[in-house]
Design a protein around this ligand. Sequence first.
Ligand code: PXG
Ligand code: PLP
Length: 438
Amino acid sequence: MTLSRKQLEAHWMPFTGNRQFKDNPRLMASAKGAYYTDVQGRQIFDGLSGLWTCGAGHGREEIAAAVSAQISTLDYSPGFQYGHELSFELANKVVELMPSGLDHVFFTDSGSETVDTALKMARGYWRGKGLPGKSKFIGRMKGYHGVNYGGVGVGGIGFNRKLFGQSVDADHISDTLLEENKFSRGMPPVGAHLADELEQIVLLHDASNIAAVIVEPMAGTAGVLPPPVGYLNRLREICDKHNLLLIFDEVITGFGRMGSLTGAEEFGVTPDIMILAKQITNGTIPLGAVVMGAEIYDTYMENGGPDYMVEFPHGYTYSAHPVACAAGIAALDILQNDQLIANVRKMAPVFEDAVHSLKGSPFVEDIRNYGLAAGISLEPYPGEPLRRPFELGLKCLQKGFYVRWGGDNIQLAPPFIVNEQQISDLIKAVGESLHEFD
Ligand code: PXG
Ligand code: PLP
């Protein structure tokens, strides 16, 4: 099927330059393993695992079988006041994989819904504790927490906020992108002191008005900013000292990308609330999860009133959708059975060396990496900061490689099943594309 320009108009595409796309459509037709095939029949290497979603590779038969069987058995079951066994099975599986202390799971359908759920949960928790003033949130500059109202409010990417006005009451600490850390590998050495800004913010607003601090353990969308050594520990200490909840948004870092099950595990800091999505179903069916400890869960149960009452007036029609749960169970089984995280750990140093070999290539201003994630900042065209990454993305696509462009950088996040040759080919394509700029 070839779509006409007119047929392309009806769908207003998300986070897409619709005018450019519809003049030059990039349409995928199928996917298997680490490759897409587009509608022209060209193979395209998946350099971002979908949108950070498909670490186990595409077309996994185990997930397809589980989803298909589930649709034929129980396609939908009301999530409010009724249940089905799969959601409990998946919740227990998720808890098994979490750092100890995070042992209850609330399901949603996307990262953005999960963020807003976590923020509401934090505020309600403090009300349950008799501290209703604790309602403000502290996010971080360059943070991405999805696109719903809470997430945009705590998020720190100006472009995503400026059209929409103020949403939730939030303040922000600085991002961790420091000049002196340029081209550092893994966790940058300098920057733990930036966490101390939280002390200043607490002085300003007072802890009695602050519900929670929310950060990505490694900022993804901002262009892959691994946490400086000691930074997350310092945030944890300050939150403990002032009785603030610490929320880790692990939509990208959750379930393998860092070379551990979670960023919390990898960086050795456990939050009060964790946000998961994307990799939980290997991207096949939308599903997100808020994970929290007994302190929060029990506070809601204790304040719930008579037992026929709802303790947390929140939930989505598709929360714990049975088909999504089936996909989640199958995807997490694959993650464990195929020892995908071991391959991430094995490939991470290869990927690190490869991506840093681009230092010195034209227009490369900085390179950052952790696990199987890397961000490359590009020198902008004068007055046009977004153009070069976009053009680079298109050059890579012409060579058969999908990479993500956003802001002033491109991002790479190959699937967990990647091999050395594929890493080398991907970096070669990026390098050659950089040399094609005049
Ligand atoms: N939090 C974080 C940390 C994310 O990375 C979301 C929340 C929102 O998830 P949903 O499912 O509502 O999109 C995300 C999503 C990119 C890119 O290019 C990143 C995301 C999505 C699409 C592209 O970095 N992150
Ligand atoms: N809007 C209306 C009119 C609804 O009836 C509902 C759900 O019943 C929603 C929005 C919320 O939809 P969801 O539960 O899928 O988030």
